[in-house]
Design a protein around this ligand. Sequence first.
Ligand SMILES: *Cc1c(COP(=O)(O)O)cnc(C)c1O
Length: 376
Amino acid sequence: MIPYSRQQITSDDITAVTEALKGDFLTGGARVDEFETALQNYTGIKHVIVMNSATSALHVGYLALGLKAGDEVITTPITFAATANASLMCGANVKFCDVKFDGNIDEKKLSELISPKTKVITPVDFGGNGVEIEEIIKIAKKHGIKVLDDASHALGSQINGVKIGNHADATVFSFHAIKPITTFEGGALATNDDEIARLARLYRSHGISKKRLWDSDMSHLGYNYRLSDVACALGTSQLKRLDEMIEVREKIAKFYDEKFEKNPYFSTIKIAENKKSARHLYPILLFSNFWCAKEDIFEELHRRGIGVQVHYKPTYQFSFYKQIYGEMALKVAEDFYRAELSLPCHQSMSMQDARFVATNLLEVLAKFDTSKECGV
Ligand SMILES: *Cc1c(COP(=O)(O)O)cnc(C)c1O
């Protein structure tokens, strides 16, 4: 099976991890600072605070931005559950904003959702394709709201030549196994703001800061969200290859773009001229006459060894969210969920693999092609 995404582990990665295992500090050592500095240098962001997952980084991000019980967060439903979950962990409420047909939050629909309780807007750079962050920040500033960008897909992505993470008040990256780089599990909060960074470091480690000798103070209710030196060693080694890995994914994506141009079955998502995507996902959007057959198409592709996946079931459709907010349906998010399939696109694939995916996909869709519309 060619999975939709996969890690790439080289002998350099293995050496880096092995060396870290032989070190004096398995956690809390110099390799953590090294990884954070490397991420700061790569992204150009002043502070990067690494944590044991992007979910932890989201939680800490919300806390550091001052999110409290009763506050409201506006986010997209087309994301992994953690984006909204982490705001609930702070006791806040979630308002879901509809998306555009590229899977990114619709900035034009934000204003109508803003209330006096809104504290944070959390967009997600879907698949690595940057949201309209400047527009979102402008709206947020007007209302005194903070922006926490969930860039779990987007380490290495750019807007107008500037790396994602430099725009929002704070930005989250994920180093889960199949994200742009990996530390097994892991994530980071990035910010150019000194105070947000200070708070994030506190929340990451119990809210405790050292005073002198053995004395310390616990000033905030914090967590243990630290990332180990062994994981950071892998991260530093992976980061050295990030641009190379993005280039491989870009080459596969370009091949798909050309191969699928004007095909009669689905559309693709074009990356705007002024943007560069880390290409964590290569999403296709099936035309509506295929929506009823999507399960069969999915199964047939898996039978042929093509590990497509669907990103994402809208968060508000989960039973947990229905219990809190009841039934809801946002028009574009619903259609996007019905239409979307993520094709294999990762650095461990060959161009031959990409051709195999493209040929089989077109073959399978030809088989399922019917002019019958779904009764949706
Ligand atoms: C993967 C992902 C997360 C969670 O990342 P973890 O590192 O697994 O906690 C959050 N948001 C988005 C958009 C993701 O894709």
